[in-house]
Design a protein around this ligand. Structure first.
Ligand code: SF4
Length: 365
């Protein structure tokens, strides 16, 4: 897998999707040495199940462990710490990690109990997990979701779970963006596999999941977050740590140079299932057999418009879904290739939330 590759897959079976990603990227060639110390870094910021939109689906870790162990890799561990005030071990328990650990003989490392090494970048001194620093191949498994302070969280911010609680507090004091970039200069992941199945609309701790039924993988944490931001409808300037990490040489945010490798198409067999508070946004849509990846992007786009008080200016419902294939209605507007017969339509399958925002703004200007 090359540095500018972004590998994307749609579906709802995270184990099968992970296996497909690992096979296509040829992870064996990326890791090399069978004795390599491999760490899996999920997101267990709080002790809740992935259905909440906050935490990594455990099936992703199981698929990686099985894939690697079948190929002779034996030195794998799961490394994580919950946010300050929450118990990592409870997060492990709620998500079935002790059973995974026992079945596959993979140790669980709670970073809160780990030794730390002090590292300084950009004038910021932080205590980083010794286990993470001694890891040969770090696989970051973030959830793409909203965040109340940094707009979104994905690969770069998920590395915060590799810090002591004292350093996490310091990061908040410093406003998060500069320190997150600096941390990734100390140690960025070698591979990122993003759980974007149902990440939360706007909060790190979940409770408001938006089904998008997709996962994507890449090796550049900056590119990964730049892509994630576009899927959620954020401009790069909305998430300053991405640009700051790029300035420190962590990676490239240039999606124009990214090589998107799409392993399958979104399917109406994965229809959007409305959940939680996000549904108030749905009243601005006219959906007919919409794939969840498409509808989820539209929900994120509408949320971004709501945040800047532009939602109330949306004059007519935005059509979306495979049910609009072959429909010719000049009076309606829609997003996605399925709606191309309508009066105005945004191409793409699915279009990114960022493009949807621009399209909807133009419609209503
Ligand atoms: S454009 Fe149509 S087929 Fe493509 S993701 Fe959207 S609803 Fe599905």
């Amino acid at each position: 897998m090359n540095k500018n590759d972004l590998m994307l897959i749609y579906g709802s079976d995270e184990r099968a999707m992970t296996e497909a990603l690992l096979t296509h990227m040829n992870i064996e060639a990326m890791i090399g040495n069978k004795d390599a110390r491999i760490a899996l870094k999920p997101n267990l910021v709080v002790a809740v199940r992935p259905e909440s939109g906050a935490t990594t689906h455990p099936g992703i870790l199981v698929a990686i462990i099985e894939h690697l162990q079948k190929r002779g890799y034996h030195n794998i561990s799961i490394v994580e710490s919950a946010w300050v005030g929450d118990s990592t071990k409870e997060g492990f328990r709620v998500n079935g990690y002790p059973e995974i650990s026992k079945k596959y003989q993979v140790p669980l490392i709670d970073v809160k109990d780990d030794e730390y090494v002090k590292k300084t970048v950009d004038g910021i001194t932080m205590e980083v997990s010794k286990t993470i620093l001694e890891t040969d191949f770090l696989i970051n498994l973030p959830v793409l979701k909203g965040h109340c302070q940094t707009a979104m969280t994905c690969a770069l911010k998920n590395m915060k779970g590799c810090l002591s609680d004292r350093s996490k507090r310091l990061f908040h004091t410093l406003g998060l963006h500069r320190p997150i970039a600096a941390l990734n200069k100390v140690r960025a992941a070698d591979l990122i596999i993003v759980d974007s199945l149902n990440g939360d609309l706007d909060f790190e701790e979940g409770g408001n999941p938006v089904e998008t039924n997709r996962m994507f993988a890449c090796t550049d944490s900056v590119l990964c977050d730049s892509y994630g931001a576009s899927l959620m409808g954020f401009e790069l300037r909305d998430v300053p740590y991405i640009g700051l990490a790029e300035q420190l040489g962590v990676g490239s945010s240039d999606l124009g140079k990214a090589n998107l490798i799409q392993l399958n198409e979104p399917s109406e067999e994965e229809p959007y299932r409305p959940t939680g508070r996000a549904n108030y946004l749905g009243k601005h849509t006219e959906a007919n057999s919409a794939c969840s990846a498409c509808y989820g992007n539209l929900i994120h786009a509408l949320k971004r418009l709501d945040e800047v008080s532009r939602l109330k200016q949306v004059k007519q419902p935005i059509c979306i879904g495979q049910g609009f294939k072959g429909v010719h209605d000049p009076g309606k507007v829609g997003v996605g290739i399925c709606t191309r017969g309508l009066g105005k339509s945004l191409p793409g399958c699915p279009p990114k939330a960022l493009d949807m925002i621009r399209f909807i703004k133009e419609l209503n200007d």
